[in-house]
Each structure stands twice: as C-alpha cells, then as structure tokens.
Design a protein around this ligand. Structure first.
Ligand code: GLP
Length: 260
C-alpha cells in the first residue's frame, strides 16, 4: 500500500486530482468509482476548476457511485443521486447518462444490487475507485463485519454512521436506516484504489486500515489485499500512524507520485 502524508487537506485534494486527471488524459473514457461524503469534495472542486479552465476534459468518463440510501426520495438533496449530480456530474461536466448510482428506490433491491454489479462488469470494471473512510473504518457503506467477499447489496447502517451523517439531515431520525453499497469484493476488483482522509477524527480508522490486522472489524483494512491501493492523508489524519516517518521516506523516493 502506498501511504502519502501531505500537509493539508488542500494538498490531498490536489494530489488526488492529479492522479485522476492523469488517468483521464491517458484514457478519456476511463471508468471512475465515485465516492460521496465530505472527504472527496475538495478533489471534485479541484477537478472542476481544471475542467472550467480548459485544462481537462471529462465528458467521456463513465462513473459508478459507491452507494445510496434505501428509500430516500431521488430528489432529496441528500440522496447520493442528488449529491453526485450536484457535486460531480455538473461541475466536472460529465455526461449524466454515463454515470450510475445504485437504485435505492427499487421495488426489488436485491435485483437492483445484482444489476449494479453487472453494469460495472459490462463497463469493463472500474479503473480507479475513489474512497473516503468512516470513523468506524467503513468504506462505501461496508460497516464493520462486512465480508471481504461481499458484492453490492443491502446493508443496515451502523448507529455510529447514522449519527455521523445526521449533520446532512434536518434531524437524526431522518437519516435512512439502510443502504445499497458496493461490496468489499466489488471494490477490490477496481484496478486502482485511492482512499483519502482528512482531519484527526479519521486518524484511528486510518491507522487501523493501514497498520492494523486484516479484519472485517475494520472494513478498510481490505485495502491491504489490493495490489494498487493508495491512502492519501493530511497530517491530522496521519497522526496515529506508527510508521509515518517510513512512509514519508518512501514517498520521497517515488517520482511517479510527485506532483507534475
Ligand atoms: C459516508 C459514505 C462513505 C464515506 C464515509 C465518510 O457515509 N457512505 O462513502 O467515505 O461515510 O464520510 P465523510 O467523507 O463525510 O467523512
């Protein structure tokens, strides 16, 4: 695993945007795995700035969101369909018909989940999966004890996750109880994983994912199984890493990771 520690959240956003931009230049119809939550917002803002400035063209990109709440109206501002439309598709000028979000309103949720994995496979798989991390170590909505072999499916949100996400809703009771999420097995099939985290609240989860044992109690530890996984964090999110000095040293010796 590549662990990159940078000074600030803005540095994290810029480096992650560099990785995505380099992929899209190489492959204009790249398939991106899109994350929601607050962690990737700086990356999307940085990519949007480059698109608006004419440096980058993303209209050929295909996208698959990681997850969606179950039962939330599609036009609710906090449905991930709305968030992806507002924060990603619009600002990055993606083609809306090339971006998909799991259908949390489907009458048959299991069929919708299977359909989703089939659609990812039909697109040729995900080239780069962007990830945030929950304070409890979740990725997507794969809560602790999620199977490393799991596919896109219905999950019950952990109380901690509902409490953390209550800030996006008018009241804690409004936070949905269930979701559809890509499974850990689905996520591990992406050709490259890029997890970003900022702030001290994520420090323990980052340390557990990078340096802890491989355990479903920390679903993000599944990244240890991937050949091309990078964890890009700011100083605060890196503060519980025991081998921070080593990561800084190895990063300094990796020209392919330096900013252009
Ligand atoms: C959310 C999302 C995840 C996200 C995580 C962290 O609920 N389902 O994809 O990575 O929890 O959220 P944030 O980035 O807002 O801290």
């Amino acid at each position: 695993m590549e662990v990159v520690i940078l000074g600030t959240a803005d540095d994290v956003a810029r480096l992650a945007a560099d990785r995505i931009a380099a992929l899209v230049r190489r492959r204009p119809d790249a398939v991106l795995g899109l994350a929601t939550g607050s962690s990737p917002t700086g990356i999307y803002a940085e990519l949007a700035r480059r698109v608006a400035g004419g440096e980058l063209e993303m209209s050929g990109v295909r996208g698959f969101a990681l997850d969606e709440y179950v039962g939330i109206p599609l036009d609710h501002p906090e449905s991930y369909a709305s968030v992806i439309a507002r924060e990603v598709v619009g600002p990055l000028r993606l083609s809306p018909d090339r971006v998909r979000v799991p259908d949390g309103r489907a009458a048959d949720l299991e069929a919708a989940a299977e359909d989703y994995d089939r659609a990812v496979a039909a697109a040729g798989g995900i080239d780069l999966q962007l990830l945030g991390i929950g304070a409890n170590g979740h990725i997507g909505f794969n809560e602790p004890t999620s199977s490393f072999a799991s596919r896109t499916r219905i999950k019950t949100l952990a109380p901690r996750t509902r409490a953390d996400n209550a800030r996006f809703f008018a009241s804690p009771d409004e936070v949905p109880t269930h979701c559809l999420t890509q499974g850990l097995g689905t996520i591990l099939e992406a050709r490259e994983l890029l997890l970003v985290a900022q702030g001290e609240a994520k420090a323990e989860a980052v340390a557990a994912a990078v340096e802890g044992p491989l355990t479903s109690m920390c679903p993000a530890s599944a990244l240890q199984l991937h050949r091309r996984a990078a964890v890009v964090v700011d100083e605060a999110a890196a503060s519980a890493l025991r081998l921070a000095a080593y990561y800084r040293h190895t990063y300094a010796l990796k020209p392919e990771w330096q900013r252009p």
